[in-house]
Design a binder for this molecule. Structure first.
Ligand SMILES: CC(C)(COP(=O)(O)OP(=O)(O)OC[C@H]1O[C@@H](n2cnc3c(N)ncnc32)[C@H](O)[C@@H]1OP(=O)(O)O)[C@@H](O)C(=O)NCCC(=O)NCCS
Length: 192
């Protein structure tokens, strides 16, 4: 792969990626992609190695004939219904061709398959592109980790709720209830 051949303003279209699970052999490439996306704050090869054993079956890679260009690193927690997207990126050479959206959809489906009810992630508040990608899939702002990476380096917590059962897919995200009666109790008073 030629690292100098990044094409942010790609003219024309790219075929969609092939998505697959992760093997230990893939960890060095994921660490490389983390470094490209997040610099020194990226997950290291060692950090990935520690997370791989308990959670590696939840991770997804995006690749084409030229190599691996994207990944999502996803974690279980002590509460088996709560999952975290700990890292996700598409290499600049493959950005803005829908790969990120496909990878995110596959990641949500994967975690749903593992009976997760909530998916959380951290995002830099100024990372508008990533925030929009997550919002488009139903994630909402659910708080802030103040100074998460040191003073002035806070991160927004975004969360997605998933239905307990049923044939769920991204296109069928539940509507947010807007019926005011849903908040009215039977004796005629309104709940707080
Ligand atoms: C965030 C990130 C994963 C998005 O990946 P991506 O593959 O570029 O995402 P997509 O192509 O699916 O969508 C991104 C935008 O490109 C647009 N796009 C998709 N295909 C396109 C095409 N052929 N031509 C032009 N634009 C296109 C999408 O509409 C979307 O724009 P919108 O948000 O205005 O709707 C990627 O930018 C990245 O890795 N960033 C660095 C790491 C990072 O921030 N990770 C998330 C941190 S939590």
């Amino acid at each position: 792969m030629d690292e100098d051949s990044w094409r942010r303003d790609f003219v024309g279209d790219l075929p969609p990626p092939r998505l697959r699970g992760v093997k230990k052999d893939d960890l060095p490439r994921i660490a490389e992609l983390e470094k490209t996306a997040f610099g020194p704050k990226g997950l290291s090869r060692n950090g990935l190695d520690v997370m791989f054993d308990p959670s590696g079956e939840l991770w997804i890679l995006a690749e084409d004939d030229e190599g691996i260009w994207g990944y999502s690193v996803n974690l279980r927690t002590a509460d088996s219904t709560v999952g975290w997207i700990a890292g996700m990126a598409i290499h600049p050479a493959r950005q803005r061709h829908g790969w990120g959206q496909l990878l995110l959809r596959a990641t949500i489906d994967r975690l749903h398959d593992y009976d997760m009810k909530v998916i959380r992630l951290l995002v830099k508040p100024t990372n508008k592109l990533a925030r929009r990608l997550y919002e488009n899939s139903g994630f909402i702002d659910t708080g802030e980790r103040v100074d998460h990476f040191g003073p002035g380096q806070s991160r927004m917590v975004m969360s997605l709720l998933l239905p307990t059962r049923g044939d769920w897919h991204q296109e069928h995200l539940p509507e947010v209830p807007v019926d005011p009666d849903a908040f009215t109790v039977t004796d005629g008073t309104t709940s707080e």
